[in-house]
Design a protein around this ligand. Structure first.
Ligand SMILES: NC(=O)c1ccc[n+]([C@@H]2O[C@H](COP(=O)([O-])OP(=O)(O)OC[C@H]3O[C@@H](n4cnc5c(N)ncnc54)[C@H](OP(=O)(O)O)[C@@H]3O)[C@@H](O)[C@H]2O)c1
Length: 295
């Protein structure tokens, strides 16, 4: 098939992750774009030579970097690997994008922010990661902008989908296995349904194809604020589970990596830029649970 048919070619790295898979589903509804989905096995972003060759071989207009080292706790003991994938590889991807005139859309995290805020975090709020994963993602943002100042960075939070490992799926498993569980109730944040984030990414591309330009940092999460405990209660209700959930403080749930206490994202910038409204977390959770029930 010739490239002529498509108005743009979009490379999706880390395509077997939660976000990559949601973009893949969405791509079926957008025949106007050609998508190149690459898994870690097909294109490892930390393999500098492979990345360079890939960009030389394919004509690409946009690269959406969904590839990341996302094992937050493991990162504490695998610092080098986390920085290799989340920082160095992102810098080199940005360099290749710059050299080949490819627009880079890079996905980052709420974990880059300082967690001492009490108001939703705007893009210019202070950074100050509390763990290795957050530090590696922050370095990745810095390298991406250094190597390619036109990079668009989307910071997102508490991502879940019907794919992969995430809080929603962990809760569903625990509801089946246990009669009673404890869930942390003093970390505040906003869940993000990966399918909604995929929509926003494609909307950015659609508007760029229509002549708009976007770069720098934007936040994206579903609307509303919750705690992991309240999130779990909502999942329980939607799944009609009888498991008893008890709220506990973070201090009672020890993990290798510290978690930010506050990571609520202010999404006014992206809503204004794209002229979109964002579904509430409860509404999108319902959608995801329906997808899971149907599968
Ligand atoms: N999940 C969250 O709660 C969350 C929150 C905030 C921000 N984010 C960010 O959102 C983005 C998407 O996250 P996600 O939830 O979709 O993550 P995910 O499900 O863990 O997907 C990441 C994908 O990247 C792949 N990968 C790892 N190393 C790679 C490499 N060197 N080259 C190419 N691919 C590689 C992974 O493969 P393997 O699984 O085989 O390693 C996985 O398929 C990431 O940038 C993440 O940091 C996620």
């Amino acid at each position: 098939m010739s490239d002529q048919k498509f108005s743009a070619t979009i490379l999706i790295t880390g395509a077997n992750g939660q976000l990559g898979k949601e973009i893949k589903i969405l791509s079926k509804k957008i025949p106007v774009y050609q998508f190149l989905f690459t898994s870690k096995e097909e294109l490892s972003i930390d393999n500098t030579e492979s990345v360079k060759l890939f960009f030389e071989k394919h004509h690409i207009d946009y690269c959406v970097n969904c590839a990341a080292y996302t094992a937050v706790d493991k990162a504490e003991s695998e610092k080098e690997k986390a920085f290799l994938i989340n920082a160095d590889a992102v810098g080199s991807l940005a360099k290749n994008c710059n050299e080949n005139k490819v627009k880079l859309i890079h996905i980052s995290t709420d974990y880059v922010y300082d967690d001492s805020s009490e108001i939703p975090l705007k893009e210019d709020a202070a950074v100050g990661p509390v763990n290795v994963y957050g530090l590696s993602k922050l370095k990745g943002e810095q390298l991406a902008l250094e190597q390619n100042p036109t990079t668009l960075i989307i910071r997102t939070s508490w991502v879940y989908s019907s794919f992969g490992n995430n809080f929603v799926k962990t809760m569903l498993r625990l509801f089946k296995e246990k009669d009673e569980i404890n869930v942390v109730n003093d970390q505040l944040g906003s869940p993000t349904y990966a399918a909604d984030l995929a929509d926003a990414i494609i909307e950015f591309i659609r508007q760029m194809e229509n002549g708009k330009t976007f770069s720098g940092i934007v936040n994206y999460s579903n609307e509303g604020v919750t705690t992991w405990y309240q999130f779990a209660e909502e999942i329980k209700e939607l799944f009609h589970s009888t498991c008893k959930i008890s709220p506990i403080p973070t201090s009672a749930y020890k993990t290798p990596a510290k978690r930010p206490l506050y990571s609520v994202l202010d999404t006014s910038k992206i809503r204004k830029l794209l002229e979109i409204s964002i579904p509430s977390w409860k509404e999108s959770l319902k959608t995801c649970i329906e997808v899971l029930k149907a599968s």
